[in-house]
Every structure is written in structure tokens, then in C-alpha cells.
Design a binder for this molecule. Structure first.
Ligand SMILES: C[S@@+](CC[C@H](N)C(=O)[O-])C[C@H]1O[C@@H](n2cnc3c(N)ncnc32)[C@H](O)[C@@H]1O
Length: 205
């Protein structure tokens, strides 16, 4: 998770070359917490930038109907193998989410870990348009994003709470904004992060 803003990252190369800094092979503790607490309960899920699928597979095991999209072939192939080994099969799609979204339909819950905090640096409006298309009034959105940290410390792209409200608040209402640690195999304590859980407003409510 480089903090250098680079628009044309070769994501697949990061997977081919080994284990990327965000790749733990386990479901994200913040996602697990929201599901175990019963905060997220409804059926269809779209995971954007699913990587090697640990979160998508976890959600399938919890009874969600999961579509998981990633544009890196190596990541999707690893996700397929993981899903078969764990006998929990999300709908895994090798696709650019910007091309997929216009015909994807709407989901009850849209989730990304590490995609919003990256793409907002280059194509925020396009991503907001995508989130708009894949949600409906009442849909939930969860992003796990990097939070500000001490200068010079490595880690993922950083987002302030003000940016979360200003940017994602154009579409969604904040339900819960929690500080968390973003897990990484290269940082024992993880990196400072946000668990930003939002809902698209229902008119008249
Ligand atoms: C920081 S990684 C996070 C992966 C995974 N969510 C995790 O936490 O392990 C971002 C992911 O977004 C994927 N990605 C980047 N651009 C994409 C796009 N336009 N459409 C779909 N996936 C994309 C990358 O291949 C990468 O797997």
C-alpha cells in the first residue's frame, strides 16, 4: 500500500510478485465485527476490488449472496482457488468495476477495503457515480480506508474524517465512523484506518 499517488498501478504485478502489503488471507476484523454484531444483515453484496477473496468468502459463509469484482487476473484466480478450497463460492468476476457497474444492478450492501482510498486520488467523481449506480435508497456502504498517521510512516493512502464526510457524504449518510487498524502481513499492529459505514438515504425518512 504505497502512499505515493500513482494512477496506473500494475495491480496484477503486485500479486504476481508475491504477497501485497494489504493481503492477509483472512477476513477483515472490521467487516467481521459489523456482521457478528448484526449491523449488516441484508442479502446481496458487491465487493469492489476483492483481491484474493477472503472477505467475499467470509460473507458467503455468513449467508450473503456475494458478487466480488477485481481487475487483477492473478487475484481473481487466487480467490477462485481459495473459494473452492473453502467450499464457499462468491460470484467472482474479473472486471474493471467502472465497466461492470453500469449493468450490474443494485446491491443491498457495497463494500471495499482499500479501493476508495486509492481511487479517490484520481477519479473520485467516477467512483461516486459507480457507487450511485450499484446502490439504491437504503443500501449500505462500508469502506475500510487508511487514516492519517505520523509523517514518514509507511502505509496505505490516507483520508481524513472530513474528506470521508465531504466526499462519500454526497451520496450516503454516516452510520458509524470508527477508527481501526488495517491489517497487513508486514505491520504487526497494522496501519491506522477508518471503518466508515454509511447508508444511502431513503426519501421521506
Ligand atoms: C488495495 S487492494 C485491496 C484488495 C482487497 N480488498 C484486500 O483488502 O485484500 C485494491 C484492489 O483493487 C483492485 N482494483 C484496482 N483497480 C480496479 C478496478 N478498476 N476495478 C476492479 N478492481 C480494481 C486491485 O486489483 C486490488 O486487488
Amino acid at each position: 500500500m504505497s502512499s505515493e499517488p500513482t494512477r496506473h498501478l500494475d495491480w496484477d504485478a503486485l500479486y504476481r510478485e508475491g504477497t501485497p502489503t494489504w493481503e492477509t488471507g483472512a477476513a477483515s476484523p472490521e467487516l467481521v465485527r459489523l456482521v457478528e454484531e448484526g449491523v449488516i444483515t441484508r442479502g446481496t453484496v458487491l465487493e469492489i476490488g476483492c483481491g484474493t477473496g477472503a472477505d467475499a468468502i467470509y460473507l458467503v459463509k455468513k449467508g450473503f449472496e456475494v458478487t466480488a469484482v477485481d481487475s487483477a487476473p492473478t487475484a481473481i484466480e487466487r480467490a477462485r482457488v481459495r473459494a473452492e478450497n473453502e467450499d464457499a463460492l462468491p460470484r467472482l468476476l474479473l472486471a474493471d468495476v467502472f465497466e461492470f457497474a453500469p449493468t450490474a444492478g443494485q446491491f443491498d450492501f457495497v463494500y471495499d477495503r482499500g479501493f476508495y482510498h486509492y481511487i479517490r486520488q484520481f477519479e473520485l467523481d467516477r467512483y461516486l457515480d459507480t457507487l450511485w449506480r450499484v446502490t439504491r435508497p437504503g443500501s449500505w456502504y462500508l469502506t475500510l480506508a487508511g487514516a492519517p498517521r505520523t509523517a514518514g510512516e509507511g502505509g496505505p493512502p490516507q483520508v481524513t474524517s472530513r474528506q470521508l464526510y465531504n466526499e462519500l457524504g454526497r451520496l450516503f449518510e454516516m452510520v458509524r465512523l470508527d477508527q481501526c487498524r488495517l491489517t497487513s502481513p508486514y505491520a504487526e499492529k497494522g496501519y491506522p484506518g477508518w471503518s466508515c459505514f454509511m447508508q444511502r438515504p431513503v426519501l421521506g425518512k
